[in-house]
Ligand binder design. Structure first.
Ligand code: SF4
Ligand code: SF4
Length: 81
């Protein structure tokens, strides 16, 4: 699958709906949805994924480890020889 880079992924069942990621994201990529996850929280969802700049602000704002992943272009690594 050819997905846009940079982009984020939110593991909805890890999210506790604290909303800290929402103001952290200046391009307004994230919002709280109206569905509940399996641990009973209304979880964060991606509403404007094309605007993601890969800035990592949501990742650092989120207090729940393993909830937000930021995907960016792989760096080219030069051969050392
Ligand atoms: S990486 Fe930056 S631009 Fe992308 S969703 Fe997170 S805060 Fe928003
Ligand atoms: S900061 Fe993390 S736990 Fe809080 S709403 Fe966003 S994704 Fe969910």
């Amino acid at each position: 699958m050819n997905q846009k880079i940079p982009r984020i992924e939110i593991i909805s069942d890890q999210c506790k709906g604290c909303e800290l990621c929402i103001p952290a994201c200046k391009p307004k990529v994230i919002a709280i949805g109206d569905k509940f996850n399996k641990i009973g929280y209304q979880y964060a969802t991606i509403v404007n994924g094309d605007a993601c700049t890969g800035c990592d602000a949501c990742y650092y704002a989120c207090p729940e480890p393993g909830t937000i992943f930021v995907y960016k272009k792989k760096r080219k690594v030069k051969d050392s020889v």
